[in-house]
Design a protein around this ligand. Structure first.
Ligand code: DGT
Ligand code: CA
Ligand code: CA
Ligand code: ZN
Length: 580
């Protein structure tokens, strides 16, 4: 039993106690213990429990320790199950709404008899909710948004969390004595930005069904069901869903390929195989005479079909299979081609590190330059910079650059709000003083597609603009993109020589990789922007590279592969002679 699952169970108990109207002190004790467990982060609580260290942890008391002991010994909590059984399913669902804890849901249940998401939505729309004590119009609005978000998100996870979980599960599967090798498959392996469930394939010696069975009965499993002849679907107590496919090891490669998907890629490869006289299915590869062809690993599978290896992140629409067959797969962008990043915040606005710290962290990553872009003054909620603060930051950057002796460069930039009428924040004089300007929409999202498109096209006409940031405004699993004619925006960006950002914050990943291929064909330069608000935030960049690869991008398509002179030149070329 790992500490994160145990913390999750304790926190769940706290919420359910509140939901059932129990004494708030009891609920707080469970939440306190959950926090204590989050602070230790271990994959195995058993030794800490045995040594008595867990009992000594501040925040852990006799009742909460009892729950942890039961989790370690059985993987379950009878107390949690009892609480869960005593509460209507619909009320449990309400816990997934942001800003609505157990206590508030209990109050709503008492006041209006609400027992489901539909009930809540109806009372919110009728105005009844706003009349309940503690629920003003602002809260009601937030709740309605939350309901819409929940319906849109389903049970999906963002890719970083799903990958961490998948790595943990794969390691556990690989450690089974009858497993020869195990691999992550499905959307996690293809690096899709959100993930429905985790898929793992195991190549086994002996009986694969016995291997599946042992994981289905393991501690921490809430329920397990047979999906098909090779696969068991397992739901863990923390809500994680796993499809575990166990096959004899000689079938590992084709099973991994099949379960990696996508369905369109699988169909396209199977079609290619059929045209070559092969038959390719989940049970393996057969030649024209119907004889099984041994396939040791995935590269040999593609090779047997006369195809170059197709990396998992490209396996999406099937278009990659025709490109592979024609020998025109792109030479995909690699991490080590990057020379720097734009779009980094510091303590001047809402970042947590200084300019010097961000620069040092960029150097540690092997980059030759970094672009600092704090928020502009219209973004007052994010500490946007007044003109005198801009000048102070520029002096600081000049002083730092002088210490680098040309070995590293900090570029002066700004993340300027694109105002409602399409103008960039600040006047032209101040905008001239930056090395680069990033333009962002941070307000008035709901103006409708024609007006929003007009607004962004107008911003693209400003010769100061270097990069159009997060061009659709989506927040994964919580906010849909705003209405905008993205094709018109890409065409204009290409014409104006403005780069379009692939914002690499895991909550955004915007521009969506699905549009990158089209952007590339139009000749748009893409800037991978970490949108870093701390030194660690710089590592968002690598997720951006993965998404760029999903979008077929090569080194030359990406601004980050240029040296500092190249970036300066790109940034200045839209400006009139005098400002260059
Ligand atoms: P997700 O989970 O929604 O993020 O997206 P995927 O692509 O991981 O989709 P998923 O988990 O439904 O399926 C993964 C792959 O496994 C996909 O290529 C299709 C394949 N697959 C799905 N269900 C079955 C099944 O019942 N049998 C077999 N053999 N393959 C399946
Ligand atoms: Ca999946
Ligand atoms: Ca699945
Ligand atoms: Zn930003």
């Amino acid at each position: 039993m790992d500490s994160r699952t145990a913390a999750h169970v304790l926190s769940r108990i706290a919420a359910l106690l509140e939901l059932s109207g129990a004494n708030t002190f009891r609920a707080r004790a469970y939440e306190g213990a959950a926090q204590a467990l989050r602070s230790i982060d271990t994959d195995d609580l058993a030794p800490l429990l045995a040594s008595g260290e867990l009992a000594k942890l501040p925040g852990v008391g006799p009742a909460t320790l009892g729950v942890v002991r039961e989790l370690v010994e059985t993987g379950e909590s009878a107390y949690l199950e009892r609480l869960r059984a005593s509460i209507p399913e619909g009320l449990l669902e309400l816990l997934r709404l942001p800003r609505l804890g157990g206590a508030k849901i209990h109050a709503l249940h008492e006041a209006l008899g609400i027992t489901s998401l539909d009930d809540l939505e109806r009372e919110a729309l009728s105005g009844a909710l706003a009349k309940v004590k503690g629920f003003g119009p602002k809260t009601v609005e937030a709740i309605l948004k939350g309901i819409a978000g929940l319906r849109a998100a389903g049970d999906r996870m963002r890719i970083p969390a799903a990958t961490a979980e998948a790595i943990r599960i794969r390691a556990a599967v690989a450690a089974h004595p009858d497993v020869v090798r195990a691999g992550i498959a499905g959307s996690v392996r293809r690096s899709v930005e959100t993930v429905g469930d985790i898929d793992v394939v195991a190549g086994c010696r002996g009986d694969p069904a016995a291997v599946r069975g042992s994981f289905a009965r393991a501690p921490g499993v809430r329920r397990a069901t047979e999906k098909d002849a090779d696969t068991t679907t397992i739901t863990y107590v923390d809500g994680t869903c796993l499809d575990l496919c166990c096959v004899s090891d000689d079938r590992f490669a084709t099973a991994l390929w099949r379960m990696t998907g996508s369905d369109a890629h699988v169909a396209a490869v199977a079609g290619h195989a059929a045209r070559g006289g092969f038959a390719l299915g989940a049970d393996g590869l057969r030649d024209a005479a119907g004889r099984p062809v041994a396939v040791a690993d995935e590269p040999s599978l593609y090779a047997a079909l006369g195809l170059p290896f197709i990396v998992p992140e490209l396996r999406e629409t099937g278009e990659e299979v025709s490109a592979a067959a024609a020998g025109v797969l792109p030479e995909l962008l690699r991490d080590e081609q990057l020379r720097g990043v734009l779009h980094c915040h510091t303590r001047y606005s809402d970042g947590r590190a200084s300019v010097a710290e961000m620069a040092a962290a960029a150097r540690e990553r092997g980059w030759g330059w970094i672009g600092i872009s704090d928020h502009s003054q219209a973004a007052f909620y994010a500490g946007g910079l007044k003109p005198d603060e801009v000048r102070r930051q520029h002096d600081e950057i000049d002083a730092l650059n002088a210490t680098f002796g040309g070995a590293f460069t900090i570029l002066k930039g700004i993340e300027a709000d694109i105002l409602a009428d399409g103008r960039l924040d600040y006047d032209a004089g101040l905008l001239d003083s930056f090395d680069f300007v990033i333009g962002s929409i941070h307000s008035r999202f709901a103006m409708g597609e024609p007006a929003m498109t007009e607004r962004v096209l107008r911003a693209l006409d400003d010769p100061h603009l270097t990069v159009l940031a997060h061009p659709t405004g989506r927040l994964l699993l919580s906010r849909d993109p705003y209405g905008i004619d993205i094709d018109a925006v890409l065409e204009k960006a290409a014409e104006r020589g403005v780069a379009v950002e692939l914002n690499a914050d895991p909550h955004r990943l915007d521009l969506d990789w699905r549009h990158l291929h089209a952007a590339k064909r139009l000749g748009v330069t893409i800037a991978i922007g970490p949108d870093a608000h701390s030194t660690r935030g710089l590592d968002n960049t690598m997720l951006g590279v993965v998404m760029a690869r999903k979008g077929w991008l090569e080194g030359a398509d990406v601004l980050n592969t240029r040296d500092v002179a190249g970036v300066r030149e790109f940034a200045r070329h839209g400006l009139p002679e005098g400002a260059r």
